[in-house]
Write a protein that binds this ligand. Structure first.
Ligand SMILES: C[S@@+](CC[C@H](N)C(=O)[O-])C[C@H]1O[C@@H](n2cnc3c(N)ncnc32)[C@H](O)[C@@H]1O
Length: 220
């Protein structure tokens, strides 16, 4: 009961504040600059990315939490973008194959329950030449003590922060889901607790699947 109250009435406001940390705002601006056309944003949250989009045809704002999306209302109202709210989870996307030119995830892949399923879905709905843009906090790979602490703290952090894992290797997960990178780098964000400071910024494309390679060989 108290936990439910926290999740529905307190956490969305905390999220809205933390996600506006200035160093994160800078990353949003840089990540979203080349995004255009038909766009899917997963884990739209409180709509903090909205002012950074340019040249968008339609933005599909996927956000499963009604309480969190409620806090996006003002930003959605003030935005000139054509926006469609989709209340669904990244693990089961209600879109046809190859629907999107660009897909965006800013600090969402840490929170999805089933990362591999969600990435398979992103792969499915992205057009063959489409681009997936991500910025995510990730596990430390060069600091065993911090990595250990991330593992220890993740079960508690998941309870406090709506399922957020501190210890995911997003780069590896994307490679396993048949993406390849056009651009990728790591950095440490300022103004964020140490255990969530290591960030992965990347733009990825679909690697052709084996069946696609076979069919293009046959038709040549
Ligand atoms: C840390 S917040 C980030 C919000 C927003 N992307 C931002 O940059 O401010 C994670 C978001 O992912 C959403 N989320 C959690 N599980 C999800 C899932 N399975 N599919 C899509 N979104 C999910 C949460 O409701 C929350 O809005």
């Amino acid at each position: 009961m108290i936990y439910q109250l926290y999740q529905q009435h307190i956490f969305p406001h905390l999220l809205n504040q933390v996600m506006q940390t200035p160093s994160l705002m800078d990353q949003r601006r840089e990540l979203l600059l080349p995004v255009s056309g038909q766009v899917l944003e997963i884990g739209f949250g409180t709509g903090i990315n909205l002012p950074f989009y340019q040249n968008i045809e339609t933005l599909y704002a996927l956000e499963p939490s009604a309480e969190i999306y409620q806090l996006a209302a003002q930003r959605v109202h003030e935005s000139a973008l054509q926006l469609q709210h989709v209340q669904a989870r990244a693990e089961k996307l209600p879109f046809a194959d190859a629907s999107f030119d660009h897909i965006v995830s800013t600090w969402t892949l840490c929170s999805v329950d089933h990362l591999a399923l969600a990435l398979n879905e992103l792969h499915r709905v992205l057009k063959p030449n489409g681009i997936l843009h991500v910025v995510e906090h990730v596990e430390y790979q060069d600091n065993l003590a911090l990595h250990y602490l991330q593992n220890i703290m993740t079960p508690i952090h998941k309870r406090l922060a709506d399922g957020c894992h501190l210890n995911r290797d997003i780069e590896q997960a994307l490679l396993q889901a048949n993406f390849s990178f056009k651009e990728q780098h790591y950095f440490d964000a300022t103004g964020i607790p140490k255990l969530a400071q290591r960030m992965f910024f990347a733009r990825a494309q679909k690697r052709p699947t084996q069946s696609a390679i076979k069919s293009s060989t046959v038709t040549q």
